[in-house]
Ligand binder design. Structure first.
Ligand code: P1T
Length: 391
């Protein structure tokens, strides 16, 4: 199925078929793992479209097409991790140029911005983009890129993509808007359809879906950006191996089914936590009490599988007690796999953000983050209930 067909099918059909052609040599229905570093040429420059595996690989090609189709985009590129994809995007910039980024975002993203690219002379402004007008005072002639995560990691804030794109393009159509769509997945929202220039994924999460692979992806409709990113992909070389591409291709086939259950379970858990006497605050965009609920309802098809919360005691000790006592929720970094995980952003995924900066964005040391899996919701609720009983 080529990219031209993407408008004719529903998401579920694309998840199973997009980008996949029966193997031309055998008819194999599953994309083979082309575990090769190079390809034989008949004469110098005379070949079948494949020269060297950093530059092209058929398993990667299939995955790039599949992710592009799911994101309703023309061009897809895959990288060896979500961070490698982020790295490639920021390499579009030159020293002296500026980035406006959401102030609540994955700790690794904050780290690469502030520790790798800021010393190269790129300036980053971290802004609460849940108020789109907040961007206005940071836009200037050096602004090259706006970086959005929505829902944000770990506070599940929702940023109105369309509102930001409208303001940014009115200021300058040259500014690139990037949406890290990892937390939503293309099942819940397609940033390119809302006007973003680039959508990006840690495919390690929902796209792969089984906690067995690390991979990143970028999709865009803008040919010049695609050509530049492809050049960076090949020149810098952070490409995924064919086995990893195969694992994500396999994961994609059930993305819609998994996301439905992730969303159903997270919705039930968020309501359970909201009513629990020991829980003070729950962050889940599906709750009416969520400050950005209306934008979430407009922008997303459902509310995702991530939930964060504080207990009334609001101490690290209480949080650690819960983290130590869940049995189904495993204490681990990452998210988006079939199994439920529990995490402590302040010491785990967001430890690379200084405490002062975390607090400014509303991230206290006691926050607990859940990646709700696809197990039975009652079993998950029971597990959280018994852990909450321990405090
Ligand atoms: O881990 P990697 O595939 O390199 O992806 C980095 C990344 C990018 N963007 C977002 C929104 C992310 O959440 C991540 C990785 N996040 C975790 C490992 C985590 O537990 O939050």
């Amino acid at each position: 199925m080529n990219n031209l067909d993407k408008n004719n099918f529903h998401f579920d059909t694309l998840a199973v078929h997009a980008g996949i052609e029966p193997d031309p040599t055998t008819g194999a229905i599953m994309t083979p793992i082309y575990q090769t570093s190079t390809y034989v040429q008949q004469a110098p420059g005379v070949h079948k479209g494949y020269e060297y595996a950093r530059t092209q690989n058929p398993t990667r090609d299939a995955l790039q097409k599949a992710i592009a189709a799911l994101e309703k985009g023309k061009y897809g590129l895959c990288f060896s991790s979500g961070m490698a994809a982020i790295d490639a995007v920021i390499k579009l910039l030159k020293p002296g140029q500026e980035v406006i980024a959401a102030n609540d975002l994955y700790g690794g993203t904050y780290r690469i911005f502030t520790k790798i690219f800021a010393p190269w002379g790129i300036q980053f402004h971290f802004v609460d983009l849940t108020d789109p007008s907040a961007i206005d005072s940071f836009l200037n002639s050096q602004t090259r890129l706006v970086w959005i995560e929505t829902p944000t990691n770990p506070l599940l804030k929702i940023i109105d993509i369309e509102a930001i794109v409208t303001r940014v393009t009115a200021y300058s159509p040259e500014i690139v808007t990037v949406v890290d769509n990892t937390f939503a997945s293309p099942y819940l929202q397609n940033p390119l359809e809302l006007g973003a220039t680039i959508t990006l994924h840690s495919a390690t999460k929902y796209l792969g879906g089984h906690s067995d692979v690390v991979l990143g992806a970028i999709v865009t409709n803008t040919e010049t950006i695609y050509e530049q990113l492809k050049f960076i992909q090949n020149s810098c070389g952070a490409v995924p191996g064919p086995m990893d591409c195969f694992l994500v291709l396999r994961g994609l086939k059930t993305l819609h089914l998994r996301m439905q259950r992730h969303c159903e379970n997270a919705y039930k858990i968020a309501h359970f936590l909201e009513q629990h006497p020991k829980v003070a605050k729950v962050y889940y965009p599906g709750l009416i009490s969520h400050p950005n609920h209306i934008i979430a309802a407009k922008q997303m098809n459902h509310y995702g599988g991530m939930v964060s919360f504080y207990t009334h005691g609001n101490t690290i000790e209480e949080s650690l007690t819960i983290l130590k006592n869940t049995k189904l929720f495993s204490l681990a970094e990452s998210l988006g796999g079939v199994e439920s995980l529990i995490g402590h952003p302040a010491t785990m995924t967001h430890a690379s953000i200084p405490e002062e900066e975390r607090k400014k964005a509303g991230l206290e040391n006691s926050l607990i983050r859940l990646s709700v899996g696809i197990e039975n919701a009652d079993d998950l609720i029971q597990d959280l209930n018994q852990a909450l009983d321990k405090i």
